[in-house]
Design a protein around this ligand. Structure first.
Ligand SMILES: NC(=O)c1ccc[n+]([C@@H]2O[C@H](COP(=O)([O-])OP(=O)(O)OC[C@H]3O[C@@H](n4cnc5c(N)ncnc54)[C@H](OP(=O)(O)O)[C@@H]3O)[C@@H](O)[C@H]2O)c1
Length: 328
């Protein structure tokens, strides 16, 4: 039996993607085969699809770090045929063929049962970006931030950023969005931002060892100079989370924000997070953190992925792109 996939080939250092039929393999012991109805586009998928080193080692390859669908064959006692499930992260879409194909075969330890309160489309509207946002928001909430100042979110129109803005707003925080898109005011306000700073204006602020507290905490999705500038602006005992590097991998800081204000810089890694933590986050999204993400998503087909990948690589995505394998 064959299935259709968005398939990336390498030839003389050039990477080219096409939609191709591939042979389906039977799951070995401990694995499950899943018919994927939906996946989503994350920044890491764009890197895998274009051969950026450090994500996927060998090509040809099928990217897609997220998948939601139905178990079609199980060689594990943990899942049965017909179970509706979600897989995010671990090696999926890195070196294990991912959700941009209509089937995946993965170790059962990577799989969670989809909460019935979420459709597969809703689960993939959340995806890795949403889990990352939720893991970041949990750190902020646990720090019991001073509500007189906003929580700042960088890369605010992106996948992680936009879901973080929505969650923080739902939880009653004032949210300051830092964005590079000067046309995104209405979008950011609609998802819950209470103030907006344009990235180019923020980058003009001089970097100082310490500055007046402007934010009670921060969810940083971009790294680099922006993260460096945020650290001295966080109020006493605030938390800053760091999950991304689209603006750079280096930060320039002193110990002052840490030893004079007791702030904490928390790393977020949702891909390799323990499966029980992922289940906790999915339960939250299905219950008290349920979001209406319809205004945030665009559903696309495999044939439309090339165009979307170019947009995300240029920092141009707004919200989330969901891949649907279902015929319209
Ligand atoms: N650690 C983890 O577990 C984890 C999980 C998921 C994602 N990530 C990482 O988190 C980051 C965001 O992921 P995503 O899926 O949200 O990507 P995304 O949808 O592409 O969003 C990134 C956003 O960052 C902003 N941006 C782009 N280029 C920038 C630049 N040069 N300088 C400053 N800001 C820039 C843009 O938003 P504005 O125009 O609004 O500024 C863009 O929409 C990526 O680095 C990704 O690899 C990490």
């Amino acid at each position: 039996m064959s299935y259709s996939a968005y398939y990336v080939e390498e030839s003389d250092g050039e990477f080219k993607a096409l939609v191709k039929d591939l042979e389906l393999i039977k799951p070995q012991d401990g694995f499950v085969q899943i018919q994927v109805s939906h996946s989503s586009l994350n920044y890491k998928d764009a890197l895998s699809a274009t051969g950026v080193k450090g994500v996927t080692r060998e090509y040809p390859f099928v990217p897609g770090i997220d998948a939601a669908g139905v178990v079609t064959q199980s060689a594990s006692s943990l899942f049965n045929e017909g179970d509706q499930v979600i897989v995010t992260g671990y090696d999926l879409g890195m070196n294990t063929p991912g959700g941009f194909g209509e089937f995946i075969t993965v170790p059962s330890e990577w799989v969670v049962l989809k909460p019935s309160a979420l459709s597969a489309l809703e689960a993939m509207s959340i995806g890795t970006a949403g889990l990352t946002a939720a893991a970041s928001v949990l750190k902020i909430v646990a720090s019991n931030p001073n509500k007189d100042l906003p929580i700042v979110v960088t890369g605010a129109t992106g996948g992680v950023g936009s879901i973080a803005v929505m969650l923080l707003s739902k939880l009653g925080f004032e949210v300051c969005a830092i964005t590079g898109k000067d046309t995104s005011h209405d979008f950011l306000t609609a998802i819950g931002a209470t103030s907006i700073i344009l990235r180019k204006d923020y980058l003009e602020v001089p970097l100082k060892p310490m500055a007046r507290p402007a934010f009670a905490g921060a969810i940083d999705t971009v790294g680099g100079t922006i993260l460096s500038k945020l650290l001295p602006q966080i109020s006493s005992h605030g938390v800053v989370t760091s999950c991304g590097n689209v603006a750079g991998i280096e930060i320039n800081t002193t110990v002052f924000p840490f030893i004079l204000r007791g702030i904490s810089l928390c790393g977020i890694d949702s891909a390799e997070a323990p499966i029980d933590f992922k289940k906790t986050l999915w339960d939250k999204f299905a219950n008290d953190w349920k979001l209406d993400l319809t205004s945030l998503i665009r559903e696309v087909s495999k044939e439309q992925l090339n165009e979307e990948i170019q947009i995300i690589l240029k920092g141009g995505q707004k919200g989330r792109v969901v891949l649907s394998h279902q015929e319209k």
